[in-house]
Structures are given as C-alpha cells and as structure tokens.
Design a protein around this ligand. Structure first.
Ligand code: NDP
Length: 451
C-alpha cells in the first residue's frame, strides 16, 4: 500500500454517497482511510435529498390512491392526513440509514471524524478540533448546497433542506425554479392539500427533458391545481405580521404565500476546504475541476460527486467514488466512469423518466431520427376514472433504428425505465424490442408494442 510516512493512505472530506463508497472500497482494498463529515453521515441523498424525498412522494401518492380506492370497491371512512406523523417517521428512518452508513464504514475500519476538515498544507489536513493529520491522497466529496438568488427578502426563503422539517403543510406555497426539486415538491405539497405555484425565470420546466414529457407533466400538474408562472424574477419578499409573505414578481401583482421555497439549482461546497492553500483549480460555477479519473490539477487530490458538478446525481457520485477507489487502491487497471447515457427520473406526480437523447438532441446529432410514441391511459386510471394519460416515446437513429433515447411519463415510469436503460446503454435497436414478447396486461408492455 501507500507511503507509511503519512497517518493515512486516504483522507475523504465529506461522507455523502460518493465519499462513503470511495472510503469503504479503498479500505476494502487495504488502504488506511479516514473521513470527515461536519453535518451528518450520508450527505444530501440520505439526510435531506433523494431518500426522505422519496418517502414523502410515497406518502403523497396515498392522497390519490385513497381517492381511487372507492372505484375499486373500498369504503374508507374518516381518512385524514397527519403531516407531523409522516415527517417524524421519515426522519426516524433517515437516522436509521445514517447509522447503517456509519456502521458500514466502521466495519471497514474507516476512521470517522464528525467535524470540519480543511487542507492546510502539503498532504496535511487540519480538523475543527485542531487535530492535524497527514495523508497520502485526499478525496474531496463535499457535495453541493441549494442556491438562493440575491433579492430583497431572500432570507425568508426556505430550501428543500428545510422542507423536511416543517411544522405543518403550508396552505399556499410559492416554489421558485422549474427543475427537479420544484416539480417533485410541487407534487408532494399539492397532494397534501397545499395550493402550489411554481415560478421560473425561463419559459419552461425541466429543460433537459424531452418536450413531450414536459408538456404532459405541465398539463397534468395544472389539472391537479398546480399553477405555473414563467419568465419572471422575484423583486422582493416581505414578511407580514401574520407570518405570511408578500411576494412581488416582475409583471405580476403582489401575491401572498404562507411559504416560499427556492429550488433554483445547487452550488458546489468548495469554501473552507483549503483549496487555495493546496492550489486546487475551481471552475466558473465554483466546481472543482477534475480529469476523467476524478483527479484535480494537484497530483494527490481528487474529487467526486456534486462538488465537481459533472452530473449531480447520487448514482453517478457512487460510481465516481467506486472508480476512484478501485483505480487508486485496487489491483486492476485504472478506469474512468462513463458519463454518457445516464438514466434519470423526476419523482413528480406522475413521475417522468428518461434515458439517452431527447428528440431535439437526437435531431441535432443524427439529423434524421424516427420517433415512436404510445399515448395511453393506464388500466388503473381508466377504472379509477382518473383522466390522466401516460406517454412513452422512443427515439431511434433514422439510418439503422438504433435506439437513441426512451422517455416516459406515467405511474411507475422510473421502475420501468431502469430495465429499458440497460437496452439503450447496450446499443439495442427497435427490432430487439419488437422481438420481445409483451407481459400483459402491464404499462411496461407498451415499450415492446410501439408502432
Ligand atoms: P435544476 O437544475 O433541476 O433546476 C433549476 C431550476 O432553477 C431551473 O428551472 C432553472 O431555470 C432555475 N434556475 C437556475 N439557476 C437560477 C438562478 N440563478 N435564478 C433563478 N432561477 C434559477 O435544480 P434543482 O435545484 O431542482 O435540483 C438540483 C439538482 O439536484 C438537479 O439538477 C439534479 O441534478 C439533482 N436532483 C435530482 C433529483 C432526482 O434525481 N430525482 C431530485 C432532486 C435534485 P431554467 O429553466 O432557466 O433552467
């Protein structure tokens, strides 16, 4: 293993998804590893992101399922919703997962410091307690945090970090931004009975997704009562004596909300890490610049996950952490993560999911493309009398029918798409899907019946 002149072979700053995977795998390869986390072990995904959010999405879905249940013969008397009960249950489970993460690291003999860590010299880390340690390699996996624009009253705005801890569901909430978090929390709050308004600076939501999915999500969201405002910015927010907020947006009369939440992107956590001391280069979005092996411009310092702002998704950070640890501490050849053809989902109501190129990207890159679409009402919605249609879109290379992208909105779309993503990643053609027998009756069978 590495040079014994240092206290550790690897010191990881930040124990989120990427940092955990890298530390555990490096230790499993025999490295002496320490890791520091100033908040809670698990990072954004486990503590204040994907995991608790998905639990809220499940909780929110019951609003529709209980309503639909009557059409399936059920009588549900006295149904009511208790936000505090759900919130506390979710937070208990988050703590459970946090301890699972901690146990896993400790079982691999990763030494955990629950405090801030900063690079203070060559191969040197100083902890908040004043302890100074040395390490052969440093991995920065400090993640990202919500961005809030600067405007008068911006201090009144909450972020998704706070949304998990609210005392109550707001009667009326304004969500700034039109991306992942805005649409996911719009669905959650709307299902829990809040009046939700989404306000975005541009003229669209979820700009990286195929336009057909965006349109369909907007249509369905509006039918459910979510309001969309576009092309505006916040001029000011004032807190009134009754605790509500007076919000002035460009071109819109002043409106009152119980809560305003910003979901306007996330910025890399690079402050206070000693990057200047170490001479680590940072890009114009504040991200740590790395090469394909996650190495910075400083030979012994690496970075993975959201702090590098390559693709801000947990599974990507995990793959980057794994590749880093295997490449530096394993026996095999170094390898890089393939950042192409990454499937992604938005857990809106209903969810949307994509893998590969959207139609615009496909046309830009391939010129001639063939598009196959299925626009249908899932059986469960038909029986429930829910007028909500799903959409599946497959985009193929016009020259050879190779699948370039698949896009779907509808119940269980992310569960279905994970398997389809294997086929797209493997470079399969439409004919391979056509040759596959359907599983009937399912929503997923539409994928092999596209005409
Ligand atoms: P997104 O990048 O998804 O969306 C940001 C939204 O805010 C866009 O609508 C954008 O407008 C707008 N915006 C961006 N910058 C500003 C600004 N300076 N002022 C005003 N508006 C701005 O960010 P989120 O915060 O929703 O999520 C952050 C990231 O976290 C996501 O990109 C994703 O990678 C990850 N994430 C993934 C989830 C999942 O996998 N299901 C769930 C939640 C988060 P415009 O329309 O102009 O682009």
């Amino acid at each position: 293993m590495a040079d014994q002149q240092y206290d550790y072979d690897l010191f990881t700053i930040g124990i989120g998804s990427g940092g955990t995977r890298a530390s555990r795998v490096a230790a499993a390869h025999g490295a002496r590893v320490a890791a520091a986390e100033e908040h809670r072990v698990g990072g954004t995904c486990v503590i204040r992101g994907c995991v608790p959010k998905k639990m809220l999405v499940y909780g929110a879905q019951f609003a529709e399922d209980l309503e639909d249940a009557t059409k399936f013969g059920w009588t549900i008397e006295g149904k009511s919703f208790d936000w505090a009960a759900l919130r506390d249950h979710v937070m208990t489970d988050v703590s459970r997962i946090e301890s699972v993460y901690t146990d896993t690291l400790e079982k691999h003999d990763v030494e955990i410091f629950h405090e801030h860590a900063e690079i203070t010299g060559d191969h040197e880390i100083t902890l908040a307690s004043g302890k100074v340690v040395t390490t052969d390699k440093i991995l920065i996996a400090s993640g990202a945090r919500p961005h809030i624009s600067d405007f008068p009253g911006c201090e009144h705005v909450i972020t998704s970090n706070d949304a998990f801890h609210l005392d109550e569901v707001p009667g009326c909430i304004l969500i700034l931004g039109g991306g992942y978090i805005a649409n996911e929390f719009a669905g959650i709050f709307n299902e829990f009975g809040a009046k939700v308004v989404i306000a975005n600076r541009s003229d669209t939501i979820l700009r990286q997704y195929d336009f057909a999915l965006r349109d369909r999500l907007m249509q369905i969201s509006m039918t459910k009562g979510i309001e969309f405002l576009f092309n505006l910015t916040i001029e000011r927010i004032e807190k009134r004596e009754d605790g509500t907020f007076a919000v002035k947006m460009t071109g819109v009369e002043e409106r009152t909300f119980d809560l305003v939440m910003a979901a306007t992107g996330r910025v890399p956590n690079t402050e206070g890490l000693g990057l200047e001391t170490a001479g680590v280069e940072v890009g114009d979005r504040g991200q740590i610049k790395v090469d394909e092996f996650s190495k910075t411009n400083v030979d012994y310092i690496y970075a993975v996950g959201d702090v590098t702002d390559r693709v801000q998704l947990t599974p990507v950070a995990i793959r980057e952490g794994q590749a880093f640890a295997d490449s530096l501490f394993g026996d095999g050849e170094p390898y890089a993560v393939d950042h192409t053809c990454i499937p992604s989902a938005v857990f809106s109501h209903p969810p949307i999911c994509s893998v590969g190129l959207n139609e615009r990207e496909a046309k830009d890159q391939y010129g001639q493309v063939k598009t196959y679409t299925s626009d249908f009402r899932p059986m469960k919605n038909v029986v429930a009398g829910r007028n909500e249609r799903s959409l599946i879109k497959m985009i193929c290379d016009g020259a050879n029918d190779k699948i370039l992208g698949i896009h779907m909105i509808g119940p269980d779309a992310p569960e279905i798409m994970q398997a389809a993503a294997v086929a797209v990643k493997a470079g399969m053609n439409k004919a391979d899907f056509d040759a596959t027998t359907a599983i009937h009756p399912t929503v997923a069978e539409e994928l092999v019946l596209l005409r």
